[in-house]
Ligand binder design. Structure first.
Ligand SMILES: Cc1cc2nc3c(=O)[nH]c(=O)nc-3n(C[C@H](O)[C@H](O)[C@H](O)COP(=O)(O)OP(=O)(O)OC[C@H]3O[C@@H](n4cnc5c(N)ncnc54)[C@H](O)[C@@H]3O)c2cc1C
Length: 571
């Protein structure tokens, strides 16, 4: 169903069993699970799908080694199991990530950790080899028997320096363990939405629709595109607004204080030497202030993060100059000889972790676990609100399952299916081994007449959904973009027609990595906007507004320079 058709259907029939406010990973995961149970469910987001915290993650699919120190054993175990499930169910977008910790001390943290378990110490400190060894042993133990990823190992100082000659010579050794990463979190979100709608015609998702207000049995929604307001009458509301949960509850006359968010920022740098020196690993360590620092290759760039700063207003979250200094400095700590500065940054992004409200004295101590906070129906509202507080990207499926179970109980519906082994989007029928992939690519090449190289690119970008895109691309004359030759005109058209795109920035920031990898130029903005324009019915003025809107977002929130976005006249 198109956006207009969904809006029309809701205007005709305003009753809905479940309304989910917020299409980050937790709202979307719950949407998919409820859809699978045959429930009529409406998902809305004030922005595009996956624009909040879910678009600001460090891209790690991980157990969370550090949370062991806060004694969050349940969370770490759950997260490790979910990591392994994601490796199975979304193999096109979730990949193993060898992770190396440079270690500068043998015993540091040895007394802190037990005291922290007992809540007797909250001062952060660096972790030494002994504490890291215990953590990694637990990490391996939680997934024993699964053999999805190799166990951890320690490497001597001499060998570590041989492997990475630029490494800080003060290290005593390194430890390497395995987690996973996801290049395209935004695409996983989108694919989950599409999967849900395919599985159930009564499951409908709308981006750019805001929860506006609520009274009695009615929630009023605002279409951010047309400015129109319309009503829905839900039996249950799920507030999955992440860092905005308390704001959304306030809009529904409920004054809660569930969230105490912390801001985190990342930079993306174009630095081939640093890229090579990572050896394809994530470099992961805890700074003296107890913050987690990491960097790893994001395709041909390097992603560096992250900070952890308390914040009240989730709308005010841009990466500051101090944060950039902090992140550049932490890379220098690991690779002091590598010259890295602001000129290497192609993009930055920030977001707010929707952590539970807490009076812990350091942000690192705030629980990363998730919970459902319920506000029951009362004299103001005739429906309950279930607020989804906290939760890692990695654990979304488990959190969604728990939320779905809570909703099914209220609706007196029996669960029909579960999502534990359900493939996601282009992870369906995914050929896992190189030989199978070659056969797959060869078959699609034969059927479409595209080159093997082109099919391989599409396969790496979209998993098995690449087949539909390749067929669409091959159906009529196609050509590479002038401004970005590994994308084609009809590939863009396919995304616009099939992936719920409303604005130019949806395509450049969330359906693709074009913005994050620093590929957006003035020429690309104009070229892509011109392809989208007839498909979305934009007038010349509207197309220009879209270009300006995207340029503004990139400059104001992602550090892209106006020079880069200027349209250079072709001679
Ligand atoms: C810096 C950072 C790094 C992180 N790194 C990792 C990591 O590496 N691995 C990991 O597992 N987790 C990580 N996390 C945690 C993870 O990203 C979040 O916990 C998770 O994405 C939260 O998802 P959510 O769906 O609850 O919230 P969000 O993704 O924020 O979604 C909430 C949505 O609600 C919408 N909304 C708000 N108000 C309204 C309204 N009135 N009407 C309609 N819609 C509304 C917003 O537009 C938003 O899209 C990180 C988080 C941050 C911030």
């Amino acid at each position: 169903m198109s956006r207009q058709e969904v809006l029309k259907a809701i205007r005709q029939q305003s009753e809905v069993s479940v309304l989910i406010v917020g299409a980050g990973i937790n709202g979307i995961g719950t949407f998919r699970d409820l859809a699978l149970q045959g429930v009529d469910v409406l998902l809305v987001d004030k922005s595009d799908f996956c624009t909040g915290a879910s678009a600001a993650s460090s891209h790690m699919v991980h157990g969370g080694l550090r949370y062991l120190e806060n004694a969050e054993f349940r969370l770490v175990k759950e997260a490790l199991h979910e990591r392994n499930r994601l490796l199975q169910n979304a193999p096109h977008y979730v990949k193993p990530l060898p992770t190396t910790i440079p270690i500068f001390s043998w015993l540091s943290g040895i007394f802190n950790a037990p005291l922290k378990f007992l809540n007797l110490r909250d001062k952060p400190s660096e972790r030494g080899a002994f504490i890291i060894k215990i953590g990694l042993m637990l990490y391996d133990w939680f997934t024993r028997g699964q053999q999805t990823l190799p166990a951890h190992r320690f490497t001597s100082r001499i060998k570590s320096l041989e492997d990475r000659p630029q490494l800080n010579r003060d290290i005593l050794c390194t430890a390497t363990y395995y987690d996973a990463w996801m290049p395209y979190p935004e695409r996983i979100c989108l694919e989950l939405v599409l999967d849900a709608e395919t599985s159930n015609s009564k499951a409908r998702a709308l981006n750019y629709v805001r929860l506006d207000s609520a009274a009695d049995d009615t929630v009023t929604l605002l279409d951010e595109v047309s400015g129109e307001r319309f009503d829905v009458k839900p039996k249950v509301v799920i507030n999955a607004a992440g860092p905005w949960i308390d704001f959304a509850n306030r809009a529904m006359q409920q004054h809660t204080r569930f969230i105490g968010g912390t801001k985190g920022s990342h930079i993306i740098v174009d630095h081939p030497e640093l890229h090579v020196m990572t050896r394809g690993h994530e470099m992961f360590f805890e700074n003296k202030d107890g913050r987690i620092c990491l960097f790893f290759p994001l395709l041909d760039k390097v992603l560096i993060g992250t900070t952890d700063i308390r914040i009240d207003d989730p709308e005010q979250v841009d990466c500051t100059e101090e944060e950039i200094d902090y992140m550049l400095e932490l890379v220098r700590k690991v690779f002091p000889k590598i010259k890295l500065d602001r000129s290497h940054i192609v993009y930055h992004f920030s977001g707010v972790r929707p952590l539970p409200s807490s009076d812990a004295s350091t942000t690192g101590q705030i629980s990363r676990d998730h919970s459902i906070q319920v506000v029951e129906a009362d004299d103001k509202l005739q429906f309950p609100i279930l607020s989804l507080v906290g939760g890692k990207w990695t654990t979304f499926r488990a959190f969604s399952e728990q939320t779905t179970d809570a909703v099914l109980k209220r609706l007196r519906i029996t669960r029909q299916a579960n999502t534990r082994q359900l493939p996601i989007g282009g992870g369906k029928d995914y050929p896992r081994f190189e030989a199978e992939q070659a056969i797959w690519i060869n078959r699609v090449q034969q059927e479409t007449g595209l080159s093997g190289e082109r099919v391989k690119t599409l396969f790496e970008r979209y998993g098995t959904r690449a087949e539909a895109i390749a067929k669409y691309a091959a159906a009529e004359a196609d050509e590479p973009l002038h401004s970005q030759g590994d994308y084609s005109r009809r590939e863009i058209m396919y995304l616009v027609l099939n992936e719920k795109i409303v604005h130019l920035d949806d395509l450049l920031l969330r359906r693709s990595l074009l913005a994050m990898l620093g590929f957006v130029t003035g020429e690309l903005l104009h070229e892509v906007a011109a392809i989208m324009s007839p498909l979305l019915g934009w007038s010349v003025d509207e197309m220009q507004q879209e270009i300006e809107r995207t340029a503004h977002i990139l400059q104001a929130h992602h550090g892209v320079t106006s020079d880069k976005l200027r349209l250079v006249p072709q001679v």
